[in-house]
Design a protein around this ligand. Structure first.
Ligand code: NAP
Length: 326
């Protein structure tokens, strides 16, 4: 496992990390969480991603209980959480990055995680109604109070990120250091294009998510929706069209010969492809059981096998050539 700087921040993150969306509480209890987090940590993962909204706070409770059992040295790992959607219905409590919500949010998360501080807090989505300046000040204050160490954004536009950085610079506040965007073989546009100047000009980091497109890139949906898969879970019907899309499934199938040639699984190949992007600081993996963690962590060994020729072969499957303009 290699470690990469989170953009130009001093901190380093393992190139593969581990997150708890969908899985913790819904598919994994504390025992399973301990097992999966141990497998990741033993593979040298040092970053564990979470969010207040995951399982309405219960994902943080499961991770907190697991961390307590694991009793790792606190300085040996990083934990994150994120705010935006909220877990209460009140007018100032959902879909917002207002100052009151963020400050109350971090206090709730720390309680559920049983931690004195988290390493990273993200603004889970941009809030079009709260001034960015108010959010930047709140994140700065949370860091100054020692409740978080760094902050970042998730699925913000490049313009919003630059606005936040410039406000922070103007007032000598803690700047956001990383974006958390979706990035996988099917969804690469934003990270490969829109954010490029933000990485280059501001040294912004990236902690990318859904590297297997919710499991589709593992090849498991080739013959329909398996019973024990994410798309079969109650409340995840919205994934059905995505995992049964014939064009997407054909692309996944076309990857199989490359995986065979490299002697790896489709999941490892899809994760290794993400690792090849030098602007990716860490690829946040997800798993519903420990076997998947063991399999996915080996993607680090596959990445060096992805030569420029193989990357071109992969592109020829996934990149739709845009029609030439006049
Ligand atoms: N910032 C954001 O808005 C945002 C959004 C989404 C995710 N995230 C973060 O990114 C993390 C990863 O995202 P993700 O869970 O969507 O990642 P993903 O890699 O696209 O999907 C993970 C799921 O795929 C299946 N899977 C994983 N490894 C497999 C393998 N080797 N073989 C077969 N199936 C496998 C498992 O589901 P089943 O076994 O149940 O099928 C697993 O839960 C999340 O936990 C979260 O921390 C952030």
């Amino acid at each position: 496992m290699e470690y990469r700087h989170l953009g130009k921040a001093g901190i380093q993150v393992s190139e593969l990390s581990f997150g708890s969306w969908v899985t913790f509480h819904n598919q994994a209890d504390v025992k399973a969480a301990v097992e999966m987090m141990s497998a990741a940590y033993e593979a040298c993962v040092n970053f564990f991603d979470n969010a207040e909204v995951y399982a309405d706070g219960k994902s943080e409770e499961v991770m907190g209980a697991a961390l307590k059992q694991l009793s790792w040295r606190r300085s040996s790992y990083l934990v994150s959480t994120k705010f935006y959607w909220g877990i209460q219905e009140g007018v100032n409590e959902k879909n917002t990055l207002n100052r009151k919500r963020l400050i109350e949010g971090i206090n709730g998360s720390l309680q559920r995680l049983q931690l004195e501080y988290v390493d990273l807090i993200y603004c889970h989505r941009p809030d079009k109604t709260t001034p960015i300046e108010e959010t930047v000040w709140a994140m700065h204050n949370i860091i100054e109070w020692g409740k978080a160490i760094y902050w970042g954004t998730s699925q913000w536009s490049a313009a919003e990120i630059v606005a936040a950085i410039e406000i922070a610079e103007r007032h000598h506040l803690h700047k956001p250091v990383t974006e958390q965007p979706i990035y996988n073989l099917f969804e690469r546009q934003r990270l490969s294009n829109e954010y490029l100047r933000v990485y280059k000009d501001y040294g912004y980091g990236t902690t990318t998510f859904s590297p297997l497109a919710s499991g589709l890139l593992s090849g498991k949906y080739g013959k329909g929706i398996p019973k024990n898969s994410r798309a079969a879970l109650e409340g995840y019907d919205w994934l059905h069209n995505h995992v049964t899309d014939k064009e997407k499934l054909a692309k996944v199938q076309a990857l199989e010969s490359i995986a065979t040639e490299l002697d790896c699984t489709l999941s490892q190949l899809a994760l290794a492809w993400c690792l090849k992007n030098p602007f990716v600081s860490t690829v946040i993996t997800g798993a519903s059981r420990v076997g998947q963690v063991h399999e996915n962590m080996k993607a680090s060994e596959v990445a060096p096998k992805l030569t420029p020729e193989i990357l071109e072969q992969i592109d020829s499957i996934f990149v739709v050539k845009e029609e030439e303009e006049d």
